[in-house]
Design a protein around this ligand. Sequence first.
Ligand code: AMP
Ligand code: FE
Ligand code: FE
Ligand code: ZN
Length: 281
Amino acid sequence: MRIDLHAHSTVSDGTETPAELVGAAAEAGIDVLAITDHDSTSGWDDAGAAARRLGVALVPGMEVSCRTPEGISVHVLSYLHDPAHPGLLEEVTKARDARLSRAEHMVSLLAEDYPLSWDDVTRHVAPGATVGRPHIADALVAAGLVGDRTEAFATILSSRSRYFVQHYAPEPALAVSLIRAAGGVPVFAHPVASARGRTVGEPVYRAMIEAGLAGLEVYHRDNPEDRRPFLLGLAAENGLFVTGSSDYHGAGKPNRLGEFTTSAEALGEIERQGRGTAVVR
Ligand code: AMP
Ligand code: FE
Ligand code: FE
Ligand code: ZN
C-alpha cells in the first residue's frame, strides 16, 4: 500500500483542482491520499467524489497555519476532523482572512519596486482559495521577473526579504487542542524544515504534545536527514506515530506524489483516533 498524507489543490496553493489531484494520485499508484489544503476544507467534496470514482481512498485533511509568539511559522496537519466545528473553523477563517490582507500588503510593497498589481495576483487564485505567497510568485513569473515559484521563494518572496509580511495564525498548541476538540488527529508537518525559516525548540514540542499532538511528519523532503533521529526519539518517548508524505503542490513545486510515504500502522492509528469524519473509500 502506498499512502501519501500531505497534498495541496487549487483550494490553496496547489495547481490542480481537487478532482485532478486525486486523478494524479491514481496515476502515480497512490492507494491512500490525504488532501490537506492550507486552512480550508472546501476541496473535500470534489476530491471525495473523484476518489470513489477512481478507487483511491481519500483521507479528508487540512494544513493549519500557526505561528509562535516569537514569530516562527509552524504547520499542523489535521486529519478526519469535523469541518464545521466552530472553534477550529473560527481560527482557520481568521488565518485565511489575515492571509488575504497580508498578501495585499506584500503586493503593495512589491509594487513600489516592480511592475505588479493586485489584479495580476488574483488572476492566479481560484475563487475562494486560501491565498499565499505561491500566488504572488505566479504573478512574478507571469511578469517575467522570476523563472518559477522556487526562484521567487529563494529571492523576492523569501521570509527574509524586505517584502515579507507575517499574518495572524493561532499558536501551535491552540491549533492542536482545537483539532482534537473537532475530533481530528493533529500531526506536526515538516517540523525541522529549516530552509523555510526558523524552526521551533523543545518547549513548543512539549506544549503541542501536552495539547494532544498525535504524530510527527518525519519523512518529508524539507526535514534534513541529520535531524530525523531527533524527531524519531521524540516520537518514541512520547508515544507519537510518525508519517511520511510528499507535500505535493502539482506543478508549483518539485515534490512528487509518493516520494515519501506513511505506514499502514500510522494510517490505522489516524483512523482509530479520528472522530470528526471518515476516510472516503
Ligand atoms: P505562505 O503560506 O503564504 O507564507 O507561503 C508558504 C507556502 O508556499 C508553503 O506552504 C509552501 O507550500 C509554498 N512554498 C514554499 N516554498 C516554496 C517553493 N520553493 N516553491 C513553491 N512553493 C513554495
Ligand atoms: Fe503550500
Ligand atoms: Fe506546510
Ligand atoms: Zn503542505
